[in-house]
Design a protein around this ligand. Structure first.
Ligand SMILES: Cc1cc2nc3c(=O)[nH]c(=O)nc-3n(C[C@H](O)[C@H](O)[C@H](O)COP(=O)(O)OP(=O)(O)OC[C@H]3O[C@@H](n4cnc5c(N)ncnc54)[C@H](O)[C@@H]3O)c2cc1C
Length: 370
């Protein structure tokens, strides 16, 4: 089967490896150089669903040394002063042996490992261009050209999208008072934020807040920004030094009504985009890749390519829709600071603290999707 993939970000690159492993000949179209692809300052939370996909395609052993495992995910509600922890014991039995609730990955490290892996695979041909490939030359065209996809614009694919009235600020910070195996999801009325371990005392802070406040904070000197961080971090967690220049980016939500159009299949952020602070974005993108390669491996479909796009689209609908809605609910829950909400919020945290079954259920959804 001849497949073109448009876009060699983390979704398109992983799709190239996975589809080549499934026996397809892949042309991988990308407008940026490898250096530009690698040189992005982003940090991702990786769940066990991604670990399983990476293991299946044989790249996990090369990536795992670049990842920072965490054994505790602390969820804190700043408004009601409540908290609970997800632990390794809350995972499925098969996942517990990895001794990690999840992993934190820096973009540069995983992107360069994945590109190196691609260079050793014969049936992946990299084509440096932004020109959209000719449909006649391929059995399928996989669009992985990101949230501003030109392929989707060209095909006039309808989607539901909106901008959050928030921006996201990210910064690498040396922090005191936290163990290097702990991650934090902090629910604040400004918006949720995450504190993710990168090894030793280094942590990635990803915080969402109103556009005005975010712009103001981005204009602060590093020392004043540190002061600001100490006001939003829970008691006992002390930000010490900012290692890089804080970055900010707007946050939007995208959900395509369909994940295909004719021969075109939409994967990754071309098809859906969620709020980054829920830690689901990249895992959802990689589950797209896994579904597509499973469908392509079905012998009956190898000679009936025309059914693949619709089967793929149906197979991804529930997982993408549910995770998109749940992530959005998390953001709204965090920002809801009406007095009347405090009692139900306390009750939810009480249940999550006390009930292992409910914690296991929620962690399983966050880890493996639907
Ligand atoms: C500024 C920013 C910061 C982010 N920070 C975080 C974070 O902290 N944590 C997190 O979990 N997620 C973050 N995300 C989201 C995360 O980057 C994505 O989930 C992840 O990169 C997967 O995206 P993708 O591969 O589907 O798309 P992308 O990474 O956008 O890749 C699309 C690729 O397609 C290429 N392309 C586009 N058009 C064409 C064309 N016509 N021809 C050829 N190639 C083309 C682009 O050059 C690009 O390389 C961030 C996103 C942005 C934009």
């Amino acid at each position: 089967m001849n497949i073109a993939i448009i876009g060699s970000g983390l979704t398109g690159s992983l799709a190239a490896i996975s589809l080549a492993n499934a026996g397809a000949r892949v042309d991988l179209y990308e407008r940026l150089s490898d250096e530009e692809l690698i040189n992005r300052d982003r940090t991702y939370a990786i769940t066990h669903s991604s670990r399983k996909i990476l293991e299946k395609i044989g790249i996990w052993p090369y990536l795992v040394s670049h990842l920072c495992a965490f054994q505790y995910l602390n969820v804190i509600d700043n408004e009601t002063n409540n908290n609970f922890q997800f632990l390794v014991n809350d995972l499925n039995n098969t996942e517990q042996k990895y001794l990690a609730v999840g992993w934190i990955a820096e973009h540069r490290k995983i992107m360069s490992s994945i590109l190196e892996f691609i260079s050793d695979i014969d049936n992946i041909n990299k084509i440096p261009t932004s020109v959209i490939p000719n449909t006649n030359n391929y059995d399928l065209i996989v669009a992985a050209d990101g949230s501003s996809s030109t392929t989707k614009k060209k095909l006039k694919t309808p989607s539901f999208n909106f901008n959050y009235d928030q921006i996201c600020i990210t910064a690498k910070v040396l922090v005191r008072g936290v163990n290097s195996n702990e991650a934090f999801e902090i629910l604040n009325s400004e918006g949720p934020f995450a504190v993710l371990p990168l090894g030793g005392d280094l942590f990635q802070i990803i915080c969402s807040q109103s556009i005005e406040k975010g712009k103001y904070n981005m204009g602060l000197s590093k020392s004043l920004f540190l002061d600001y961080l100490s006001t939003i971090l829970p008691y006992g967690i002390e930000p010490d030094t900012i290692i890089d220049e804080p970055c900010s980016f707007p946050i939007n939500f995208i959900f395509n009504y369909s994940f295909f159009s004719g021969k075109y299949i939409f994967i990754g952020e071309t098809a859906h985009k969620v709020h980054p602070v829920g830690g689901q974005g990249l895992n959802l993108c990689w589950r797209d890749v896994d579904s597509l390669s499973k469908i392509i491996s079905v012998p009956l479909l190898k000679n009936n390519h025309s059914f693949i796009p619709v089967i793929y689209s149906l197979s991804r609908f529930v997982d993408v829709l549910s995770i998109s809605i749940l992530t959005d609910i998390l953001v709204r829950y965090s920002r809801c600071n009406f007095e009347i909400c405090k009692l139900p919020k306390r009750f939810i945290f009480y249940i999550l603290k006390k009930s292992t079954i409910i914690r296991k259920f929620i962690l399983n959804i966050m880890t493996n999707g639907f």
